[in-house]
Design a protein around this ligand. Structure first.
Ligand SMILES: CC(C)(COP(=O)(O)OP(=O)(O)OC[C@H]1O[C@@H](n2cnc3c(N)ncnc32)[C@H](O)[C@@H]1OP(=O)(O)O)[C@@H](O)C(=O)NCCC(=O)NCCS
Length: 216
């Protein structure tokens, strides 16, 4: 698992990585549509998981991470059924370390561990960031679902937000919505563009490893 230029080692996550992991995740999302998805903790999974980090061995800094939770029984984690699967919950590489194959190295180690666990089907949800979508599609992931992640703000007594917030107290003195974030069906995009300042398409991909890896 040793690589040169930069000297990167992919290894299993350790509990002592927690603070560095949280910081790496936030920094790696800052230039993406997930920039406001700041998480101050590292979640614990109910099911088994592949938890990998990429470490720059010259600085001992974490520069990338990948988490995949997988099922003991079909349907526990994924929304497809029929066989046990896994979900990629996190994949991130620091901006200054991208495009030199670090996510690919994490992926190769994840595939070994998934094979060992007998998992051959994966799911991932990501937004409309071009590098992430390109990365998943290049590895054989197929688009299966999509919906909208909508952000709106403004004064509720004026404009389209008034219409949207049926039942809200529109007489409230401090009636300024700082941020209203909600999910919506993709068919509503045109209407929602009129009242939002930011919309992301959330895309659900699936991968059947048996199709892309002949040895699986
Ligand atoms: C998506 C993301 C994880 C990819 O990480 P990465 O380490 O840059 O990915 P890789 O280097 O493995 O692959 C990127 C491209 O780099 C290029 N590349 C790979 N190895 C390379 C090398 N040794 N030298 C030069 N370029 C290389 C390839 O062209 C590859 O394209 P491909 O997908 O067609 O193979 C990264 O862009 C990221 O962290 N984005 C922000 C977080 C995010 O959006 N995560 C997904 C949310 S679920």
């Amino acid at each position: 698992m040793e690589h040169t230029d930069p000297p990167i080692r992919v290894r299993n996550y350790r509990e002592s990585d927690e603070t560095a992991w949280v910081r790496t995740r936030v920094l790696a999302f800052l230039d993406t549509s997930y920039r406001d998805d700041v998480q101050m903790y590292r979640e614990r999974y109910e099911n088994p998981s592949v938890r990998l980090v990429a470490e720059d061995t010259s600085s001992r800094q974490l520069v990338g991470l990948m988490d995949i939770e997988y099922e003991n029984k079909p349907g526990e984690v994924c929304n497809f059924t029929g066989e046990r699967g896994g979900i990629i919950w996190h994949l991130a590489v620091l901006p200054e370390y991208r495009n030199v194959g670090i996510a690919q190295k994490l992926w190769e180690e994840a595939l070994v561990q998934l094979e060992g666990a007998g998992i051959h089907r994966l799911q991932v949800w990501t937004q409309d960031d071009e590098p992430a979508n390109h990365w998943y599609v290049a590895r054989g992931f197929e688009l299966k679902h999509s919906y909208l992640n909508v952000f709106a703000r403004g004064f509720i007594d004026k404009g389209p937000l008034n219409e949207l917030l049926v039942g809200a107290d529109k007489t409230w003195e401090f009636g300024h919505i700082r941020n209203l974030n909600f999910e919506a069906d993709s068919s509503q995009r045109e209407r929602l563009e009129a009242l939002s300042y930011r919309i992301h398409e959330v895309r659900g991909y699936e991968l059947d490893l048996k199709k892309v890896l002949p040895s699986s």
